[in-house]
Ligand binder design. Structure first.
Ligand code: HEM
Length: 790
């Protein structure tokens, strides 16, 4: 649907070719005559009448455009044909090269000398210019001043929220054409690929904060479609804390570090957040999600993404349906446990950033399927909840998720600042075929993103930054402003015009048209009645979790509220939980050492009966993944005197499956097995603590086992792997290490622990196979006891 009058990138039509340099006066006269002739082709504004009335609004005409009699007419200057190494040639007709692929700005310094920003080669990059070897530095040193000045201004403001993040390039591929539902370019035909740039983030922490904070994760996808950029700026949870954009600054002020002492960093476990939360009952459903394991994902690659709001799909006939967007990871949905998250924050606060980077570098490209929940306005009216309320999901049992494509991230950025930091997502970036619903949070977001980016990125031209530029052509009459990168040709910067041949002209029905939703209502501030049901879906979420997941929610509430210093806030919060589930409320109250308060008053005394009271899809266990252990990190503890061949066999078997297996020893260097070749340690117990691994292998060989039994760090490794419910493989004889750590191969209920594999008689290959299966199972939560006996 590209709208272009003439496609002349390489060979402009004869009339557009630059005139040969002829005598100045006659060329000026010719230009004036040609200009007049072009202007005469527009005797009036041919589309003016369409500005009035409903019919015109629904059928905007394409603007009039005429080809100029000569290229000189639209040129800024008759001198444009005089090219040199700097000016290059005149612009190609209808082309904006700012939208070319990123290679246009990618820089490689191989074989080049250092220069100043003016391109002057720098002779000495070690010394400033001085009056004598021991004399003062001279103001004249423009090389020093340029370098220091640029350095002084290297930082830009961090995002006001979602400051901490990591990103990657990739593509979205559509499985089937969805033209019956939407004109959106990515869904035009089966197999069509659209480039994407995806940024994952936490919300509350500052740019340098830990990846493993308990928090919502941002999941922002920029699709560079051939019809312009479409940003699906979502999160890893399908709902939000509040119902109206009016409350967003309050929410963020409550959760961010408190204003008087800037404490705590990247944490909701403090008074102001829970004060606000306990006074805002609509937050309750989201609190269930944020207190669940979803808030501490194992990897960005192992979490879902959601568009959150209800959006519209619009087809070429102008028909619209509602849609909810879901990204489902091929690797499954997996999390860490809270104690682990806390320790990872110390051991490697870049854990998620490193994980994403290393997976892509290793060729293990993360993948998600895109799922759509599609429903009509008529269906939506009958739901027990309001689809415009961003604190509500549409249960998958009510509207199934239809998989329509997949997204693959297969390229790390070249430069963190230029790409990940400068990328600017915005919910109002939509393309024909996608439209908004009246969700009051979405409507507010549509204002907020561009507005904040004006100050973060320093002016209104940040859409020209290479990472933000669309791959679709950009032509409009916007002018000037800070950091303008384009050099628009000609003197016309308004529409309608005749002097520019009418270009760029309005696209008419080929352009973006808002879905003409009929509206007639009072102007007022308020919310629909169904928004007042604050608890039904919170209960649905809690009831849909496995017992282990419910325990984690209880533990998270206990942790957060124990950190709260004001008893009245704790009690108020528990009073809110009484409206979700009595068991939940009493377990949290017990953990806080308080009695059960009266439930908070409900705004809606009798909420509509929900269609669904359990939704298995809401449990993380609903998506175990594809059974692969690619990229899982496994530690093999090693010590002198070990059975080298046995550990080596497991190491090879794991590596063959795509896992990252590492030998961990007391010190770096060679470990001498009882027989065979030395094994080189990859890392030490000190630098690679257990929380950085998904599983552990304990060696056989009596001397090695004896050494590990005497090593507190090694024993702690074994204990923590167990406490964090991870698979453990004890090679022959290594059950002594388990016994010394107080670990029994049985769950508290007496059944065998499938995550704990002890080799006795079987061969290494059988043990390796069973271990791979155990790693794919991720975690064995049935081990957990409160308090833990290990
Ligand atoms: C009225 C409610 C909201 C407002 C006013 C708001 C505002 C903002 C602002 C100002 C930023 C920083 C943007 C930048 O500097 O580039 C941001 C980032 C972000 N917001 Fe929101 N937000 C709201 C709700 C939400 C919701 C409901 C979601 C999820 C559906 C969300 C997802 C994100 C994400 C993923 C980012 C990070 C984008 C990136 O990676 O650069 N926000 N938001």
């Amino acid at each position: 649907m590209a709208i272009k009058r003439s496609s002349s990138k390489s060979t402009p039509p004869a009339s557009r070719q630059p005139k040969k340099p002829i005598s100045g006066a006659s060329r000026v006269a010719e230009k004036m005559a040609d200009t007049d002739s072009l202007a005469r082709a527009f005797p009036s504004n041919a589309i003016k009448a369409a500005e009035y009335g409903r019919n015109g609004a629904l059928n905007p005409p394409q603007g009039q455009s005429e080809e100029a009699p000569s290229n000189d007419v639209s040129a800024s200057t008759l001198a444009e044909a005089n090219s040199n190494d700097k000016t290059g040639n005149p612009a190609d007709a209808g082309e904006n090269p700012n939208n070319a692929p990123l290679e246009k700005v990618r820089v490689d310094s191989a074989g080049r000398a250092l220069t100043t920003n003016q391109g002057v080669a720098i002779a000495d990059n070690q010394n400033s210019l001085k009056a004598g070897l021991r004399g003062p530095t001279l103001l004249e040193d423009f090389i020093l001043r340029e370098k220091i000045t640029h350095f002084d201004h290297e930082r830009i403001p961090e995002r006001v929220v979602h400051a901490r993040g990591s990103a990657a390039h990739g593509y979205f591929e559509c499985h089937e054409a969805l033209t019956d539902l939407t004109m959106a370019a990515p869904f035009a035909e089966a197999g069509k690929r659209t480039p994407v740039f995806v940024r994952f983030s936490t919300v509350a922490g500052e740019r340098g904060s830990t990846d493993l904070a308990r928090d919502v994760r941002g999941f922002a996808v920029k699709l560079y479609t051939d019809q312009g950029n479409w940003d699906l700026v979502g999160n890893n949870m399908p709902i939000f804390f509040i119902q109206d954009a009016m409350k967003f600054p309050d929410l963020i002020h409550a959760v961010k570090p408190e204003p008087h002492n800037a404490l705590p960093q990247a944490a909701s476990a403090h008074d102001t957040f829970w004060d606000f939360a306990s006074l805002m009952p609509e937050i309750t459903h989201m609190l269930m999600w944020v207190m669940s394991d979803r808030a501490i994902p194992r990897s960005y690659r192992m979490m879902q993404g959601f568009g959150v709001h209800t959006f519209r799909l619009v087809n070429a006939q102008g028909e619209s349906v509602f849609v909810k967007f879901h990204w489902n990871p091929t690797a499954g949905t997996h999390s860490v446990v809270w104690d682990e998250a806390v320790k990872i924050s110390g051991a490697d606060s870049d854990f998620h950033r490193r994980d994403l980077w290393e997976a892509i570098e290793a060729g293990a490209y993360p993948e998600w399927e895109l799922g759509l929940q599609i429903f009509t306005e008529q269906q939506a009216e009958k739901f027990s909840f309001d689809v415009l309320d961003p604190t509500k999901i549409v249960p998958e049992e009510l509207v199934p998720v239809r998989t329509v494509g997949k997204m693959v991230l297969n390229r790390n950025p070249d430069n963190f600042f230029a790409e990940t930091e400068q990328v600017a997502f915005c919910t109002q970036h939509v393309v024909p075929g996608i439209d908004f619903s009246n969700d009051p949070l979405l409507q507010g977001r549509n204002f907020s993103y561009h507005d904040t980016q004006l100050s973060r990125l320093g002016g209104p031209n940040f859409h020209q930054l290479p990472i933000n530029a669309s791959i679709a052509q950009v032509h409009n009459n916007q002018r000037d402003a800070m950091h303008q990168q384009a050099i628009p040709r000609g003197r016309v910067a308004y529409e309608p015009n005749s002097l520019g041949g009418g270009c760029p002209f309005q696209a008419g029905k080929m352009g973006f048209m808002s879905f003409p939703e009929p509206l007639r209502d009072d102007k007022l501030r308020g919310k629909p009645e169904k928004f007042a049901d604050h608890y039904t879906q919170a209960t649905l979420f809690y009831n849909s979790q496995t017992p282990a997941e419910q325990n984690h929610i209880v533990d998270a509430f206990r942790f957060e509220l124990t950190k709260v210093q004001t008893p009245a806030i704790r009690a108020r919060m528990v009073a809110g939980l009484m409206n979700v589930d009595n068991g939940l409320a009493s377990r949290v109250a017990q953990g806080l050492g308080i009695g059960l308060p009266e439930p908070l008053p409900r705004v809606l005394a009798k909420p509509p009966k929900p269609e669904v009271t359990r939704s298995p899809a809401l449990s993380l266990t609903a998506r175990p993944g594809d059974g692969s252990i690619r990229t899982r990190c496994v530690a093999l503890l090693v010590a002198d005197g070990m059975d080298g061949a046995a550990s080596q066999a497991i190491h090879d078997a794991l590596t063959a499956q795509g896992a990252v297996a590492k030998y961990i020893a007391h010190r770096l260097g060679s470990v001498r097995p009882a027989a065979g070749e030395a094994i080189e340690a990859d890392a030490t117990l000190e630098t690679a603590p257990p929380v950085l691994f998904d599983a552990v292998v304990l060696p056989s060989g009596q001397a090695a086992i004896n050494a590990l039994l005497k090593n507190g760090a090694a024993m702690n490794f074994v204990k923590e792997q167990y406490q964090h419910c991870k698979p453990i493989l004890a090679l022959k004889g290594a059950n002594a290490l388990l016994a010394a750590a107080g670990i029994t191969p049985r769950w508290p209920d007496g059944s065998a622990d499938p995550g704990l594999l002890v080799v006795s008689g079987q061969d290494d290959a059988t043990a390796a196979k069973a271990f791979v299966k155990a790693i794919a199972g991720h975690r064995y939560f049935a081990r957990q006891m409160d308090p833990s006996p290990v």
